[in-house]
Design a protein around this ligand. Structure first.
Ligand code: SF4
Ligand code: SF4
Length: 427
């Protein structure tokens, strides 16, 4: 499916009523409801948020985080209520009788329910209600989650799309899909604003890091409490402090790229770009932050970046086993320039790996192995390098003959009683 075929909220069926935004007062909140809904989803976002640690969701749910309201989570997987009891709060939020403000979180992409309705079915639904015109006990229908989204989003204090399916359509909207699935932003349209005047907030990733989500929710709640400014979001509604940099800039393998050393197969420790990594052009912070509890992350675990946070994912980055064409230019340059830099750095590294005394004595007193001294060519290079390094400044380090002072002798240029402490102590 191409973007040209995506149908937005403006062309959504008339059965999805346009809701009147409910205006809510700013100010300290005691309780806030979170309505979590899932469209075309694998529940991966739920799992990643359940594993968030910094901050974790337990404190929010227990109401033990200072300055934070108590969060009442209504989640189709995690809530203990089921059936009509579970759906009651959704209906209250829709009726305007909930009594507290709420946030909507949507996981998964939004399918085009008109396609399923042609055969009397649905793609994704939650709860049932009487068919129009039916009395109690009459015929019911399942309510598509797309319809719940349309009902609840305008009255929400904030509308958060979590995961790449909800933020950009993701895998369910890939080429060849039968559902005409789309993102929350595509579904609600450009003019959508929450009750507090915010467009859709997007936390992409397949699955995103749970901490990226909880940190953003904390920041939004601080704003809603009137205790902090509106967090910075970029032009696509991503938290800009989390998605402003490319993976490559924070990657632990980026030094290999710079020095022109590349992995040939999975399991190699070097840069993965020649076996399919898209990291240099992808906005994601996973190697800086870690996948969970500050550990892991794609390259840390040996995987290439397949660009799962990007709006063009997956179609613009497949097939995932091939190297990005654009990488050929930069890696060719890196092979050449990086090769020279790598060799020069190796020389500097050898120089820096020797004590000054070992240079003076031309001997490394290591019992672990024989460490060869510098060759004549290297010594000449080191001499010029040090002259350049200390040009206009006094060069530190000990000169030949100073070792005796260290063992109780006299440092050249110092009084002969320098090490006699009885003199300085006035004895
Ligand atoms: S593995 Fe990917 S993200 Fe890491 S340095 Fe190489 S290209 Fe960049
Ligand atoms: S590094 Fe790439 S594949 Fe891994 S989470 Fe980030 S965007 Fe997705």
């Amino acid at each position: 499916m191409t973007t040209a075929t995506i149908e937005t909220r403006a062309s959504a069926p008339a059965t999805l009523p346009k809701e009147k935004p409910e205006r809510l007062p700013l100010g300290p909140l005691k309780t806030i409801h979170v309505f979590w809904m899932a469209g075309m989803s694998c529940d991966g976002c739920t799992i990643t948020v359940a594993g968030a640690t910094n901050p974790g969701i337990e404190g929010l749910l227990n109401g033990t985080v200072p300055a934070m309201p108590k969060v009442l989570l209504h989640h189709p997987v995690l809530s203990v209520e089921a059936g009509a009891e579970f759906m009651a709060s959704f209906k209250k939020a829709h009726d305007g009788t909930l009594g507290d403000p709420y946030v909507v979180v949507f996981e998964g992409s939004v399918p085009d329910e008109r396609i399923a309705a042609r055969t009397g079915g649905y793609w994704s639904a939650m709860g049932s209600e009487l068919m129009p015109g039916e009395a109690e006990g009459g015929e019911t229908r399942m309510v598509p989650t797309a319809e719940w989204l349309s009902r609840l989003a305008p009255g929400a204090a904030a509308m958060i799309a979590i995961g790449t399916c909800a933020t950009w359509g993701g895998i369910p909207s890939a080429e060849g899909n039968p559902t005409n699935a789309m993102s929350v932003m595509d579904f609600l349209g450009k003019d959508f604003r929450s009750a507090f005047g915010l467009p859709v907030i997007n936390i992409p990733g397949c699955a995103p890091q749970g901490d990226n989500f909880t940190e953003t929710v904390f920041a939004i709640l601080l704003f809603l409490q009137g205790l902090g400014p509106l967090p910075a979001f970029d032009e696509l509604g991503r938290p800009s402090w989390l998605y402003g940099e490319t993976v490559h800039r924070g990657c632990t393998r980026a030094g290999y790229y710079e020095e022109g050393v590349f992995a040939k197969e999975y399991g190699d420790p070097e840069c993965l770009v020649e076996i399919g990594c898209w990291g240099p052009v992808v906005n994601c912070n996973i190697v800086k932050r870690g996948a969970i509890n500050h550990m892991g992350g794609c390259m840390e675990a040996g995987g290439v970046c397949i660009a799962c946070t990007m709006p063009g994912f997956p179609d613009k980055f497949s097939p995932f086993y091939k190297a990005p064409p654009g990488g050929i230019i930069s890696t060719t340059m890196s092979h050449g320039v990086g090769g020279v830099i790598r060799r020069l750095r190796r020389l500097s590294n050898r120089h820096a790996s020797r004590e000054h005394r070992w240079d003076v004595n031309n001997d490394v007193p290591s019992g672990w192995a024989h460490v060869p001294g510098s060759s004549m060519g290297l010594k000449v290079m080191e001499l010029f390098y040090q002259k350049w390094q200390h040009w206009g400044a006094r060069q530190p380090g000990r000169r030949k003959g100073e070792e005796a002072w260290l063992w109780g002798g006299t440092r050249p240029g110092q009084p002969s009683d320098y090490n006699d402490h009885s003199v300085s102590e006035g004895k």
